[in-house]
Design a protein around this ligand. Structure first.
Ligand code: 3AL
Ligand code: ZN
Ligand code: ZN
Length: 433
């Protein structure tokens, strides 16, 4: 007897795609079989739908508390659930106070308990002067520690200079925690640019990213710290990570949809809604990066969902907030633009890869014993993304108007509905490597 059986879907498991029923008991996957015998209190008909593991987005900025007017946990997690995601890790900025000590972590936890619709975990911040607080944050269950190698755009979240980064990594190696870096060279990216989109993109060249990734890898190799490079925008960046890994360095990387499917022409047309750092790259780089994603060299696809208030996106490009809203569309965009990528690889990129890297063995795979976190997806859908579809606080996204070929019809968290109805009971995730 199961609590729930999801019947007749095309199930995307790590070992392949198969027609099967998924039996759920006590929030966990208890069976994945064809024509599963035994009753259930509830059955869901998934015929004609694909069943993916619920997504895990380890890189979002929900900004609560303190900047909830940019984005909040209620709207942000509704967007995740609507996009087939069942878990996220929130970045230590741009909430206020930023999560750089235990008290700020507790405030974040309280906010998530009140309004999150899916499971949540929190990154701590590594900033000058807070190395002594890292143990406290680790104790509370921080996923790991995020550092900016260039200006973060947030005054209360200072850039980690080389000494902070090196000493912070040594401390994280001791604590058994991973460090995640925004890798761009400060001096190269601090130069003033012209006010146009082109000038901004040109002012943060690929070498600024490549140099910073190389330096972070050198520090990680020396200290023995596990390292994750967030939002890699270039093929050379991914190649550096792959090369270090072959030497035995414990390093992984992610990229984001905007580096794969936005062109610099798109950014010029769209304006500040598509402004981010590192910036969107020229087409030749974009196609090389996509080839690397297809080859398996990129561990995960994350949104770096980082919206602001609409006022901060108005005005000239140079002065606008850098950050793209995208946490709702990562899975459906990937499914729409996948260019032959196998569905197992889609699942690895949006959930399995992050679950493995960040130490969440019950997440990211449809297998007996895992949490029953499931996204039911209609791959026969054809529509253009409209503002009405978006659950964000502000209905701004560079993907508005985009043709999508996948729609999430239901999202389940430990077998309970998280989308469309918020009936699930989210929990704090405290990953350990
Ligand atoms: N502070 C913040 O969210 N910054 C993010 N935005 C962006 O475009 N790149 C980032 O790192
Ligand atoms: Zn960043
Ligand atoms: Zn970010």
């Amino acid at each position: 007897m199961f609590d729930l059986i999801v019947r007749g879907g095309t199930v995307v498991t790590p070992s392949g795609v198969t027609t099967a029923d998924v039996g759920v008991l006590d929030g966990a996957i208890a069976a994945v079989e064809r024509e599963l015998a035994g009753g259930a209190r509830e059955e869901l008909d998934a015929a004609g739908l694909h069943v993916f593991p619920g997504g895990l987005d380890p890189h979002v900025h929900f900004n609560e508390p303190g900047r909830t007017h940019w984005e909040g946990l209620q709207t942000g997690t509704a967007a995740l659930a609507a996009g087939g995601f069942t878990a996220f890790f929130d970045m230590p900025l741009n909430s206020s106070p930023p999560v750089i000590d235990g008290a700020a972590f507790d405030a974040k936890l309280q906010a998530a308990r009140a309004s999150a619709r899916v499971d949540y975990g929190f990154w701590g911040g590594l900033v000058p002067g807070n190395v002594e607080h890292l143990a406290d944050l680790a104790e509370r269950g921080a996923v790991g520690f995020k550092a900016f190698m260039s200006n973060s755009g947030i005054d209360e979240f200072a850039r980690a200079d080389d000494v902070t980064l090196y000493e912070g990594m040594a401390e994280c190696a001791r604590l058994g925690k991973l460090v995640a870096v925004h890798a761009e060279n400060e001096a190269l990216t601090a130069r003033p640019s012209g006010s146009s989109a082109r000038a901004f993109m040109a002012s943060r060249p690929i070498v600024a990213e490549v140099e910073a990734i190389g330096r972070a890898i050198a520090f990680a190799e020396d200290t023995g710290c596990a390292l994750h490079i967030v939002h890699v925008s270039s093929a050379r960046g991914v190649a550096l990570v792959a090369e270090a890994r072959t030497r035995g360095v414990d390093v992984t990387c992610e990229t984001c949809p905007h580096y794969l499917w936005l062109s610099q022409d798109d950014v010029e047309t769209l304006g500040a809604v598509a402004k981010c750092a590192p910036p969107v790259r020229p087409d030749a780089e974009r196609s090389k990066l996509w080839q690397l994603v297809k080859s398996g060299a990129v561990d995960m696809l994350t949104s770096d969902h980082s919206p602001s208030s609409p006022e901060l996106k108005a005005g000239d490009f140079a002065g606008a907030w850098g950050g793209i809203a995208g946490c709702q569309t990562t899975l459906t965009l990937l499914l729409s633009e996948r260019d032959g990528l196998a569905l197992e690889q889609v699942a690895r990129l949006v959930s399995g890869g992050a679950a493995r890297r960040f130490g969440m063995p019950r997440k990211g795979r449809i297998e007996v014993g895992a949490d029953a976190d499931l996204a039911l997806v209609d791959l026969g859908a054809k529509f253009r993304l409209s503002a009405d579809d978006l659950q964000y606080r502000h209905k701004l996204s560079p993907w508005l108007g985009r043709r999508l070929r996948a729609r999430v019809t239901r999202t389940l968290l430990r077998g309970a509905e998280a989308w469309p109805e918020p009936k699930a009971a989210p929990r704090l995730l405290t990953p350990s490597l």
